[in-house]
Design a protein. Sequence first.
Length: 311
Amino acid sequence: MTLPTLPRARWSGLALLALTAWLAVAPAEAAPKAELWERWTAHDPASSTVVDHSAWDALLAGRVVQGTGGVALVRYGRFGAAERQALDGYLAALQAVAVSRLNRDEQFAYWVNLYNALTVKVILDNYPVETIRDIDISPGLFSNGPWGAELVEVEGEALSLDDIEHRILRPIWQDPRIHYAVNCASIGCPDLRATAWTAEGLDAALDEAARRYVNHPRGADVRGGRLYVSSIYDWFEEDFGDSEAGVIAHLRQYAASGLKNRLVGIRDIEDDEYDWTLNDAAPRPRAEPRVRRGSQTLNNGRTGGPGEGGS
C-alpha cells in the first residue's frame, strides 16, 4: 500500500509532537552514580597545609540568612560588583591550589567550598532566575541545569559540578553527609552553610548539618503515620544504605526526640518531595516543585535527581 506523501513541514511537526509525547511519558532519569575519577584519590596524609577560605567566609557573612520557614536563604541581590569580583578572586585562588598535596579533611573542605562557591557564581551570572534548573548551560540536547558544564580547571583538569560531587566527593569519601554539605541553591536542598567549611571540626559540622536537615520537614516528615522524605533520599538511596530501610535508619540516627518518636513503627516511605525554588532571600515566584514519586517528569537531581546529583 502506498503511503500518502506529506509535506516536509508536516513531517517535522509530527516528529516534534512524537518527541513531546515521549518526554511526557518517559520515566524520570536516575541520579548520577558515584563513579570514581581515580586521578583525584592522590593526597598527603602528613600535609599540614591549610587552605585559606576567609574570602568565602566574608562573602557569606550577612548574605546567608535564616528565612521564616527555618531554611537558610541567600541575599543574591547584595552581591555587588565588588563582591562578584571577590568571588571570582576566591575561585581563582582555589584553582591554583595543589589539592592533591592536601590531607583528606582539607581536601573535603576544599571541594565542598569550591562546589558551593561555583553554584553561587552560576546563580549570580544568571540572576534573577526562578530556579537553578532554568540555567541550561550543560552540554547535551536534553540537558537541564548547569551541573554538566565545565566551569573551572584544577591541576590542569576541567571540572563540572557533576565531576566534583559524583566523581570526587561521593566515591572517595563514601559518606552520606556529603549531601548535607553541598548546596544546589534550592529551597529543598540542605542549607548553604553560613561559614566556609574547614578541616577543623569537620566531623562535628557534618553531623550538625545532617541533624538540621533531617529534623526539618523538607528532610523528613511524618504525616498521618506516613513518612515523607526529601527526594535526595530517593535519588541517592545508594548512599543511604541502598534501601528504604537504610534511609529510615539514617533518619533515626540524626532525628531529635520528636521525629524519632514519630518514626517508631515506620517501615517504609510513602513519598518523596523536593522544592526547586531558588533559595533567594528576596521574594520571588515559586518554581514548579518536583512532582512526587511516580512522576513522569524529567528532573535533574542535585544534579538534581539526574544530572545530582549533583546532594
